[in-house]
Design a protein around this ligand. Structure first.
Ligand code: UDP
Length: 256
């Protein structure tokens, strides 16, 4: 077997050259990092679960008209995706105060926000992904005004859809981070959703108990990280549990 060429290696994923022109293979690692990679660990099986959860979310979003990079899952850890030029912004949508917002503005964790809050950070590890305003984005031309209109409109639609999807399985969507890319198809250029949507990039709390089912379990040393991610997958119907209690990834399940 010939080894695929690495295009980019990030903290939790590797991008390889794809089998067809204009495609890449996105490989989900078990590596977990937090606080700008100051904290690191390997969490057995995390990559397999995130590959499945991200596939599920991207397929569902495509079905409601949100264009995204997902083409098809290749195996346990890899998915074929459309190659894009990533817009260098982390787009964060918040419904409830948590994480950096609580520290930055002194808002108590768990405070429901009166409206969905969309924030942007510049993707730059050396600078620690600083929060930037739309004025900064326009001034330094990180995204065009038209791209920003599309990004904000998609981000709010994604939030509405995901809030409902998670609420249906008794999970409260606190916040999440998404990324967008420029996809070139001949002369046509489109802004599409890229990267991943998984418990690594969302805050997910059990509706009744407020138990954290996301990466905060790792950030805060709460333990049971992959178990929590598996619980999210199980509630979404991606992961089945056998009579003996063992987890089974059902590769036939999920939307076509
Ligand atoms: N997030 C992410 N990658 C990042 C920064 C944030 O996926 O580099 C996600 C994070 O998991 C949370 C949301 O974006 O769901 C908001 O994160 P926040 O700004 O509160 O940052 P943090 O608390 O991670 O510093």
């Amino acid at each position: 077997m010939t080894r695929k060429r690495i295009i980019y290696e990030g903290k939790a994923k590797i991008l390889y050259e794809g089998s067809e022109p204009g495609t890449l293979i996105q490989y989900f690692k078990d590596d977990a990092t937090a606080f700008n990679a100051e904290k690191k660990a390997v969490l057995d099986g995390k990559g397999v679960i995130n590959n499945r959860i991200s596939e599920f979310m991207m397929k569902r979003l495509d079905a409601v008209g949100i264009p995204n990079h997902f083409i098809r899952r290749l195996n346990m850890r890899e998915q074929l995706i459309k190659k894009v030029d990533i817009i260098p912004l982390e787009v964060i949508v918040r419904n409830v105060a948590a994480g950096s917002l609580t520290k930055r503005l002194g808002v108590e964790e768990g405070t429901a926000l009166p409206r969905a809050l969309v924030e942007f950070s510049l993707k730059n590890d050396e600078l620690g992904d600083p929060v930037v305003s739309e004025e900064h984005i326009a001034c330094f031309n990180w995204a065009t005004p038209q791209e920003m209109d599309e990004i904000i409109s998609y981000a709010l639609r994604i939030n509405d859809f995901m809030c409902g999807l998670f609420a249906a399985v008794n999970i409260r969507l606190i916040d999440f981070k998404i990324e967008f890319g420029r996809h070139f198809d001949g002369d046509l250029q489109r802004t599409i959703l890229a990267d991943e949507i998984s418990p690594d990039s969302c805050r997910l709390w059990d509706f009744d108990t407020n138990e954290k089912l996301d990466k905060d379990r790792f950030r805060r040393d709460l333990g049971g990280v992959t178990e929590a991610y598996s619980e999210v997958a199980r509630r979404l119907g991606i992961l089945k549990t056998s009579a003996s209690g063992a987890e089974i990834v059902d590769f036939q399940a999920g939307p076509k």
